[in-house]
Design a protein around this ligand. Structure first.
Ligand SMILES: Nc1ncnc2c1ncn2[C@@H]1O[C@H](COP(=O)(O)OP(=O)(O)O)[C@@H](O)[C@H]1O
Ligand SMILES: [Mg+2]
Length: 232
């Protein structure tokens, strides 16, 4: 698995009074890692640092020893990011081209490019929709398309930010099933605590810090108690 290191990482956005992430030091090398925490606790900020979508205000994030801030382009080839709102990830007018678009930088021979796109569409049940406009897909299908567009580049590491939030039960199961079968390292930000039941490690963020880190049942239990204690 890739080795992700956070070295004393803080993030502070312009105009905010306090740090969104406050001196976080972490080493992430497990296969499947979950990130939980209340709205606004910094989960997306943390996830985005791993592939250079965001930068630390201080400290460093390294993937296999490479500083993400300096090697953004290589890192983005290795680290796929699936956004919560799959609509935002659509770039092309046809489903097939949208998946193929991800491959543009890999300079593959045409036959291989076509084969990879076909396989990705098949895997996510999108073959019949290959010629459709991505905007006409259901929310669940859009999420599957977003995942197909990320997996087609065969990244070493996949980060998904609230991938099941907008999905019905069937599509949620489909995503959970795909995640369970991925050989790659996977980091999932979610409020869907059940999705994390068999993950290797879960982190809980609060107040810019990692307040719990360990097995899913233990960390999710901690989070549930923390939320229950807070006044409504
Ligand atoms: N681009 C930004 N500019 C200013 N503040 C931001 C920006 N992005 C996020 N924030 C703030 O940082 C905090 C953490 O945001 P985020 O990482 O999105 O949390 P989460 O994903 O856990 O809900 C929130 O208070 C949010 O309003
Ligand atoms: Mg978020």
């Amino acid at each position: 698995m890739p080795q992700i290191r956070f070295e004393d990482v803080s993030v502070r956005y312009d105009g905010t009074a306090h740090h969104v992430l406050d001196r976080i030091t972490l080493e992430l090398s497990e296969h499947r890692i979950g990130i939980i925490g209340a709205n606004g606790s910094g989960k997306s900020t943390l996830a985005r640092l791993v592939n250079g979508l965001g930068e630390p205000t201080s400290g460093r994030v390294l993937v296999d020893g490479a500083d993400v801030a300096r090697h953004g382009r290589d890192i983005r080839r290795r680290v796929g990011f699936v956004f919560s709102d799959a609509e935002n990830q659509i770039v092309m007018p046809q489903v097939r081209d949208d998946v193929a678009f991800s491959l543009r930088r890999l300079r593959l021979p045409k036959a291989e490019r076509t084969a990879r796109v076909d396989a990705a569409l098949e895997r996510f049940g999108l073959t019949e929709l290959a010629e459709a406009s991505p905007h006409t897909l259901s929310g669940g299908q859009k999420q599957l398309l977003a995942l197909a567009s990320v997996l087609v580049i065969e990244p070493d590491l996949i980060i998904a930010d609230e991938p099941t939030t907008l999905l019905d039960l069937r599509n949620r199961l489909r995503i959970a099933h795909e995640f369970a079968g991925l050989p790659q390292q996977l980091i999932v930000v979610t409020h869907d605590l059940e999705l994390l039941a068999d993950f290797d490690r879960v982190l809980c963020l609060d107040g810019g810090r990692v307040i719990a880190d360990g097995a899913p049942d233990e960390v999710c239990g901690h989070y549930r108690r923390l939320m229950a204690e807070q006044p409504l």
